[in-house]
Design a protein around this ligand. Structure first.
Ligand SMILES: NC(=O)c1ccc[n+]([C@@H]2O[C@H](COP(=O)([O-])OP(=O)(O)OC[C@H]3O[C@@H](n4cnc5c(N)ncnc54)[C@H](OP(=O)(O)O)[C@@H]3O)[C@@H](O)[C@H]2O)c1
Length: 183
């Protein structure tokens, strides 16, 4: 029916967003964790295993739609089975078994919003960079430690300069600061 909630029964890789059915009220947020020098990834995965932060990520995003690049999806596949995920790739051949696919970020956001939930931008590097102007809030965990890595969270300070909340904990020998920032 026109204007009603879209059925969730579409096949993940065949879904086409219909402009008339967009849920433009859903909020766009980014979520990430980074260590010293903004390091956030190494060799296609997280450089650390910090349960408190991973649990925070899973819990914070559990009711939303996650948007992520192909490499992030490959690392997240196991969790994608129980989540709504939009994975980004420019490869027309690629199929994501447990996610919808979009070939660019604006289409990915439209697709995610059409699912009627809040949207979480989950990386990687270029996706975060492109979403800086689009997201309304940034959830960032600052890990007070040095890790080697090849993926970095882009500078965010000029986009998100309003602190909404801050919580600091010590876990597994690490000091973690959970920051929520607005514009
Ligand atoms: N600590 C954190 O919070 C956090 C969060 C996220 C990621 N990470 C880490 O960061 C690393 C992965 O990030 P990454 O930057 O290397 O890779 P990525 O963004 O996950 O994946 C890159 C690929 O995604 C696709 N893609 C990206 N942007 C696109 C766009 N705008 N339109 C269409 N397709 C797009 C392309 O796939 P095709 O080549 O198939 O076209 C591109 O090659 C991992 O180490 C991960 O653990 C850490």
């Amino acid at each position: 029916m026109e204007g009603s909630t879209p059925s969730p029964t579409f096949h993940a890789n065949e879904y086409e967003p219909t402009p008339k059915k967009l849920f433009l009220c859903s909020m766009i947020r980014m979520i990430a964790a980074c260590a010293h020098n903004r390091v956030m990834g190494a060799g296609g995965t997280l450089p650390w295993k910090i349960k408190a932060d991973w649990d925070y990520f899973l819990d914070t995003t559990k009711d939303g739609v996650l948007i992520m690049g192909r490499r992030c999806y490959e690392d997240f596949t196991e969790y994608a089975r129980t989540r709504q995920v939009v994975a980004l790739s420019r490869d027309p051949e690629i199929v994501f078994p447990h996610a919808c696919k979009a070939s660019n970020l604006p289409d990915g956001i439209k697709l995610a919003q059409s699912m009627g939930k809040n949207v979480w931008i989950c990386g990687g590097e270029k996706v975060y960079r492109d979403a800086m102007t689009l997201a309304e809030e940034l959830y960032i965990t600052l890990i007070d430690a040095h890790f080697e890595g090849d993926a970095h969270f882009p500078p965010w300070e000029q986009y998100f300069n309003r602190e909404i909340s801050r919580k600091e904990i010590f876990s597994e020998g690490q000091r973690l600061t959970f920051l929520v920032l607005g514009k």
